[in-house]
Design a protein around this ligand. Structure first.
Ligand code: MN
Length: 138
């Protein structure tokens, strides 16, 4: 059995060109063929978020702790709380990140497509886009 030890996988700072604010990434798995699985535990400081991006076969976000926000382009910003699972459809522009005043940690799970293509990145999320009111949690 192959156990990937945490001791050999230091936390990485997320790249500045794809994120706003301080974001930490802990790799969970980068699957090797025939697996297409990708999972990363991502910790956002308050106000930090991804840039706009899309995933070829979608993405699942599982909230570990804190309070976050997620938005599909053209829809309202939604608040995310611990235990929530957000389903991001394939090839859909969106962003995710922390609430303005709270840390936020999610497990991000996705797969590459049959051509091995992963996330497509676009422009950063403006403060105005980020600061829109969220829908009430029901
Ligand atoms: Mn995403």
């Amino acid at each position: 059995m192959d156990i990937r030890r945490a001791a050999h996988r230091p936390t990485k700072v997320a790249p500045e060109d794809k994120f706003t604010g301080l974001v930490w990434q802990d790799e969970v798995v980068v699957g090797e063929e025939p697996s297409r699985m990708r999972a990363t535990n991502v910790s956002f400081s308050p106000g930090a978020r991804t840039a706009w991006h899309s995933h070829p076969v979608g993405q699942v976000l599982y909230v570990v702790s804190g309070v976050g926000r997620v938005q599909l382009e053209g829809e309202a910003v939604q608040e995310l709380q611990p235990g929530d699972t957000a389903m991001i459809p394939p090839n859909t522009r969106h962003w995710h990140g922390a609430a303005a005043d709270r840390i936020f940690v999610h497990l991000a799970m996705s797969e590459v497509n049959d051509r091995g293509e992963g996330t497509a990145w676009f422009e950063k999320v403006s403060d105005e886009q980020y600061g829109q009111p969220t829908d009430p949690v029901v």
